[in-house]
Write a protein that binds this ligand. Sequence first.
Ligand code: ZN
Length: 141
Amino acid sequence: MGTCVYENKNGEKCRGYALKNDSLCYFHSPQTKKERVIAAQKGGKVCQGDFRKDIQIESANDIIRLLETIINGVKSGKIDAKVANAVFYGANISLKAIELFKIQARLDEISKYIERQGNDFYTVTDEDCLDPLPLGEPGNE
Ligand SMILES: [Zn+2]
């Protein structure tokens, strides 16, 4: 999924996701104009049922479930494309945050490991120089 190529009068790019086989998002593609008019006529009915509930995002799975809900909501006309685009944008940021948390957790583990090893971790001993890793066996530890 690419990003919508639409630019407004100020030259600001749209942050929506382009539709399949389209360079424009749901909101800017002429293909979806009819649907958008119908959705706009429904006015106010942007969020219904489960969409009113607050959600908690703790994992990539939560984001996948959220995206499924939103995509289905847009398809059925229950969710306005503007709202969907805002959610997709937020979901993208959440995914990045989840990745950063994972990287931070891994760095913390590595830091603790290094601390446990003490100064020896960095010290190359004579033994290391005399007993090199066996050649020809990549990945052998
Ligand atoms: Zn767009």
